[in-house]
Design a protein around this ligand. Structure first.
Ligand code: GDG
Length: 476
């Protein structure tokens, strides 16, 4: 297939391409693969079907030709500064993101943002309509593109369209706030299959469609007046378990894990948090809980250190800048009040790390602390589990992360309950090795069987089963 005049049988549409545009030291531009789980899950399917991935490569106003990267056909979408401000930073991350995460922060509603959201969704839908072969399968990803399914169906009724939401779908009481709630629901109803992380989210969606759009529904099916049915169901996303397990066994990674422990001053125990610096992730409350355990002398800086990696994220959005300042101040205060020479309470890194370094940290950490206020799934929790091939280590996990539905043997906490979090951190810290092993074994079994391949396969199988003219399966 030549990418210039593509007619693809499988099209992935996502806000971002699986590669980033980076500037080399000599000023030239190059592509760097973003090593996400989504990419490794979709790569085999994309290859087997000679598929195309449509998305924004980062940067503004750069018109780029379709190109091939390591056998993947990529189709970059151009975004202007205004598109980014209104569609991406505005409606996607200033309105939908906080609203869909239980209004942890206050969502803002601006009509210009909505205009930008519609405009960008339309462009993605048009591009997709151009490149999809007759009867092709299209898989639209995430909250930035909720209008694409309907826009695309209007242009190309022959396509089989799936949509997957990576973040939570809120209860009706919250969703109702959006002035454009009906348009969003109708946008999603353009798909044949709408996938969510959890069954509760699929139920929220079907209930809202019944109440707000007035369509007939039965369990997880929506009946449209034109005779089409839309299926809403849960497909919990996961990770490349084998890939992480292999990386965790790597000699150099284990060597690096030992070195990290030494560099931290050989503490008895290392606690670890790894998150995008996002207000949904509960970083502030978690560090406070840890600080109080030190202050109450339940823990001692001679024995334990908390390593927090906060990956820079959405830095142009005001709420994210404020969060960064708040956490900077808290870490400074805790280290100032509770640390000793060469023994800080918290080792704080505001940076993104190479994958190998992440794996080494997972290997080094005795207790992984994942305490979001709300999270669609949380892959970090699953990655930690996948790296603990000796069945040791403890996971402290928020009840409000999608992952808590599967990782029942974690020390589950309510992140709003600081005392509860303190108790769970302490329990995980003091747990007998036998108890940790029992829990970790069960969790590893879960993640090993329900990996990201399973996620992609079940979604695409279900999509292929939707009644219609197109009978061909897209699985390799
Ligand atoms: C959204 C939903 C849902 C993190 N720091 C570095 C790094 N990472 C990688 C992790 C992990 C991924 O980024 C983060 O995924 P999460 O699931 O934890 O969180 P979100 O970014 O909020 O993802 C979430 C997910 O979509 C998938 O559907 O689970 O609920 O919010 O894979 O390893 N990777 C590298 N360096 C870092 O510093 N290389």
């Amino acid at each position: 297939m030549r990418v210039g005049d593509v007619q693809a049988d499988l099209v992935i549409v996502a806000n971002r391409l699986p590669v980033d545009r980076v500037e080399m030291p000599d000023g030239t531009k190059a592509w760097r693969r973003s090593p996400g789980g989504l990419v490794s899950a979709l790569e085999p399917v994309l290859r087997a079907n000679d598929g195309v991935w449509i998305g924004w490569p980062g940067g503004t106003d750069e018109d780029l030709e379709p190109f091939e990267d390591d056998g993947l056909h990529l189709l970059p979408m151009t975004m202007s500064a205004q598109d980014i401000e209104e569609h991406y930073e505005g409606f996607s991350n200033g309105t939908l993101w906080p609203l869909y995460h239980d209004v942890v922060a206050k969502p803002e509603f601006h009509r210009e943002w909505w205009d930008g959201y519609q405009r960008v969704n339309k462009r993605f839908a048009e591009k997709c309509a151009e490149v999809a072969a007759k009867g092709a399968t299209v898989w639209v990803q995430d909250y930035q593109l909720q209008l694409v399914p309907q826009m695309l169906r209007e242009l190309r009724p022959d396509l089989r369209i799936g949509f997957y939401l990576h973040i939570p779908f809120p209860p009706a009481e919250l969703f109702q706030q959006v002035p454009w709630r009906r348009q969003l629901l109708e946008g999603l109803l353009g798909a044949d299959l709408v996938g969510f992380q959890l069954p509760q989210a699929a139920q929220n969606f079907v209930r809202l469609v019944r109440q707000r759009v007035g369509h007939k529904t039965h369990r997880d099916l929506v009946y449209l007046p034109d005779g089409r049915t839309v299926h809403a169901a849960a497909f919990p996303i996961s990770i490349d378990f084998v890939g992480f397990d292999e990386m965790a066994h790597d000699e150099s990674i284990n060597q690096r894990a030992k070195e990290i422990r030494q560099q931290l001053g050989d503490p008895k125990k290392i606690m670890l948090g790894v998150d995008r610096l996002d207000y949904t992730k509960g970083i502030y409350a978690r560090l406070r809980a840890f600080g109080e355990l030190l202050r109450d002398t339940k823990l001692d800086v001679e024995d334990v250190i908390f390593v927090q990696v906060a990956v820079p994220s959405r830095e142009r959005v005001e709420q994210y800048r404020k969060l960064r300042d708040d956490i900077d101040r808290l870490v400074g205060r805790l280290n100032g009040d509770l640390g000793r020479i060469g023994r800080p309470a918290i080792s704080y890194l505001h940076t993104s790390l190479p994958r190998a370094e992440m794996a080494a940290l997972y290997r080094a950490a005795d207790i992984m602390v994942v305490t979001p206020y709300r999270d669609g799934m949380n892959l970090v929790a699953k990655e930690y589990v996948a790296c603990r091939y000796e069945d040791d280590g403890a996971l402290v996990l928020s009840e409000f992360a999608g992952a808590a539905e599967e990782l029942r043997q974690a020390w589950l906490v309510n992140p709003y309950d600081i005392n509860g979090m303190k108790a769970a951190l302490l329990e995980a810290y003091e747990a007998e090795p036998k108890e940790r092993t029992r829990r970790m074994k069960a969790m590893r079994k879960q993640v090993a069987t329900r990996d990201v391949r399973h996620w992609a396969d079940t979604f695409l199988e279900e999509l292929a089963a939707v009644p219609g003219k197109h009978k061909k399966s897209v699985l390799p």
